[in-house]
Design a protein around this ligand. Structure first.
Ligand SMILES: NC(=O)c1ccc[n+]([C@@H]2O[C@H](COP(=O)([O-])OP(=O)(O)OC[C@H]3O[C@@H](n4cnc5c(N)ncnc54)[C@H](O)[C@@H]3O)[C@@H](O)[C@H]2O)c1
Length: 375
């Protein structure tokens, strides 16, 4: 059915001047003829990125388009934004479907046997998660199940973005994929994020084990880079914004918590390398940075590089965040992804922070102050 419809579209499209009536670029999920042609093309590989208008997804979409791949992004713009995709929105090989994954009805028009699904859509950010626990729980597992069921008859490859949060409070120096997983108390709002992701992991690994679906699960550890926003509690954009605005840089807790930040471009490379590695399917991988720093070190570095006079202020965690323990130390053991897919992070955290600060300074100069709502 998809094949014959493709042939009709192919003929229509090749009529002289016909294509000029067809607009492309960003639009709602009312399909245009050109979209149908693109989606039903049975001859090429295509990537469907859920959450592709978000931070990691937009970098991935851009990287794939730069390599000449076809990309369809499905995003409800709950935390993502169209501006993240402005560099690729007019590319012939790019399409955006503005929709919640849970509301997509005609999957047969989007997926075929040549589709690779990269599932990044999720409710993220500690502030958003604790204020919307039930929606978080549902959103972080229901779309995964929908995608698995749609992919199953077609045999599509699926990549699931999971999280280091599943390790809970780590007892060792680094967390390994085989470590026990710890979910915070049900009274803790942020456990909804972990539970939703763990349920997704479980479904993915069991669809792989029981039905042979080619699935990869990756647990990301603190990505940083351009396009990340601070609205929902992300620490780097929040500190950069505070430092550039001359406001106090707010460290919650003692500041001795450690994180291993990873350049979003390294994460994109990890996703692509894993997808190209046959032996990676059916498995779970950590993806993160290799250097640990304390939050105080991070604040001090950002203050120094921005030349800010902002004081670094220590505060107790706000009430909605202190329900449940904040994870003190978070670092990935990366041996598995290195040996299976030959991947390791290439950028140090301060190089990425420097890039973010330079970018934000340019934005600040080009935008009136009152429009500068977030970094
Ligand atoms: N950024 C990190 O440090 C980090 C760490 C661990 C895990 N992850 C995971 O990586 C993925 C991407 O994270 P990100 O930092 O880019 O977050 P993001 O908020 O920038 O991206 C998520 C995107 O998903 C979209 N979205 C959410 N629910 C949707 C739905 N039901 N249907 C369609 N679109 C939906 C949002 O609008 C947004 O564009 C998430 O699954 C997240 O849990 C990220």
């Amino acid at each position: 059915m998809a094949y014959s419809l493709f042939n009709i579209l192919y003929k229509l499209r090749s009529i002289p001047n016909f294509s000029s009536f067809i607009s492309s670029g960003i639009h709602s999920h009312t399909f245009l003829l050109e979209d149908l042609f693109f989606i039903l093309n049975p001859y090429s590989m295509k990537y469907v990125i859920t959450g592709g208008a978000g931070f990691i997804g937009s970098h991935l979409a851009e990287d794939l388009i730069d390599s000449g791949e076809q990309v369809i992004v499905i995003d409800n713009l709950s935390t993502g934004s169209l501006s993240n995709l402005s560099g690729i929105s007019s590319n012939d090989k790019f399409r955006l479907i503005i929709s919640d994954v849970r509301s997509v009805r005609h999957w047969e028009d989007i997926l075929d046997g040549n589709t690779i699904i990269i599932h990044l859509a999720a409710t993220v950010g500690v502030n958003k998660v604790v204020c919307n626990s039930l929606e978080t729980l549902e959103n972080n597992f229901q779309p995964t199940l929908t995608l698995l069921n749609q992919a199953l008859p077609l045999g599509c490859k699926i990549f699931l973005a999971s999280t280091s949060e599943v390790y809970g409070e780590s007892t060792g120096v680094c967390s390994s994929e085989s470590d026990p997983l710890i979910v915070p108390s049900s009274h803790c709002g942020r456990s909804a994020y972990t539970l939703g992701k763990l349920t997704s992991e479980h479904y993915c690994l069991n669809y792989s084990r029981q039905f042979g679906l080619p699935v990869i699960v990756a647990r990301f550890f603190n990505a940083i880079g351009l396009n990340q926003i601070g609205n929902y509690g992300m620490v780097v954009p929040t500190f950069v914004r505070q430092a550039l605005a001359g406001e106090p840089i707010t460290v919650y807790g003692t500041g001795n918590q450690t994180r291993s930040f990873c350049n979003v471009k390294d994460i994109v490379r990890a996703i692509r390398q894993l997808l190209q590695t046959d032996s990676a399917y059916g498995q779970v991988f950590n993806v993160g940075g290799s250097e640990s720093i304390t939050i105080t070190e991070l604040a001090t570095y950002i203050k120094r590089v921005t030349g800010s006079s902002s004081p670094i202020v220590y505060k107790p965690f706000p009430p909605h965040r202190s329900l449940g323990k904040d994870i003190l130390h978070r670092k990935a053991r990366l041996d598995k992804i290195c040996s299976v897919a030959g991947w390791k992070p290439l950028t140090s955290w301060h190089t990425v922070i420097d890039e973010i600060i330079d970018h934000q300074k340019v934005l600040l100069q080009s935008r009136p102050r009152e429009q500068y709502a977030y970094v």
